[in-house]
Ligand binder design. Structure first.
Ligand code: PGA
Length: 254
């Protein structure tokens, strides 16, 4: 069985001023120093990327953005390009988060443009997919996941796919305190891995990391990480407090 390095990422969303962000990342560095068996990523808002990136110099914590525009530069008022993110030291970029899909009209085509642009510009995408409550109740979970995966990964070849992390985030579990059970999450993660095998190969599907996201806490992380196809977590609310995020990162000690 392929050993995949767990990846735990904190999505700070639209939270933290520069001063607050520096304070959080300093505390975090102290709390998780020496951790090697987990890749740790933080995704501050754009305005704090530079300052947080400077704080992370020399640490093993990686920097991620929460979004990007697919063009490198030009007349796109208010947007941020992949070149700008690279310049700030970002390694990852979250793409297609359900809040972007829900509130900012991002569809699978836009998500695909962003994925291609990120890879072309040497950023690793964290591709978010997940069904809404209505879709789940109507028994559409797997068809939604299949569509988001196929459309999001359109024209992504065997080499590029290895740069991608997938985050399964059931929309009904985000910020609601209602986590998917480890069983429910594992079921979808397994489906995603099987789909990747069909789209690419067994070897590739075994190598790709699939994170779970949606109300992850220090209390429920262990049960999720114990499942075979769950390779990490994308954490929102609980990543805003250094102590709780550090406890999630240290899930092996629980
Ligand atoms: P949550 O957010 O942990 O606050 O539910 C997760 C996410 O949206 O990535």
């Amino acid at each position: 069985m392929m050993i995949r390095l767990p990846i735990i990422a904190g999505n700070w969303k639209m939270n933290k001023t520069v001063g607050e962000a520096i304070d959080l990342v300093r505390k975090l560095k102290a709390l998780i120093s020496g951790i090697k068996e987990v890749e740790v990523v933080v995704a501050p808002p754009f305005t704090a990327l530079y300052a947080v990136g400077k704080e992370l110099n020399g640490s093993s914590i990686e920097l991620s953005a929460q979004n990007l525009h697919w063009e490198q530069k030009g007349a796109y008022t208010g947007e941020i390009s992949p070149l700008m993110l690279k310049d700030l030291g970002c390694k990852y970029v979250i793409i297609g988060h359900s809040e972007r899909r829900q509130y900012f009209g991002e569809n699978d085509e836009i998500v695909n443009l962003k994925i291609k642009s990120a890879i072309k510009n040497s950023l690793k995408p964290i591709l978010c997919i997940g069904e809404t409550l209505t879709e789940r109740e109507e028994g559409k979970t797997f068809s939604v996941i299949k569509r988001q995966l196929e459309a999001g990964l359109k024209d992504i070849g065997d080499k590029e796919i290895r740069e991608i992390v997938i985050a399964y985030e059931p929309v009904w579990a985000i910020g609601t305190g209602r986590t998917a059970t480890p069983q429910q999450a594992q079921e979808v993660h397994k489906f995603i891995r099987e789909k990747l095998e069909v789209l690419y190969s067994k070897d590739i599907s075994q190598a790709i990391r699939i994170q779970y996201g949606g109300s992850v806490t220090p209390e429920n992380i262990k049960g999720l990480m114990d499942r075979e196809d769950i390779d990490g977590a994308l954490v929102g609310g609980a990543s805003l407090v250094a102590e709780s995020f550090a406890r999630i990162v240290r899930f092996k000690e629980i």
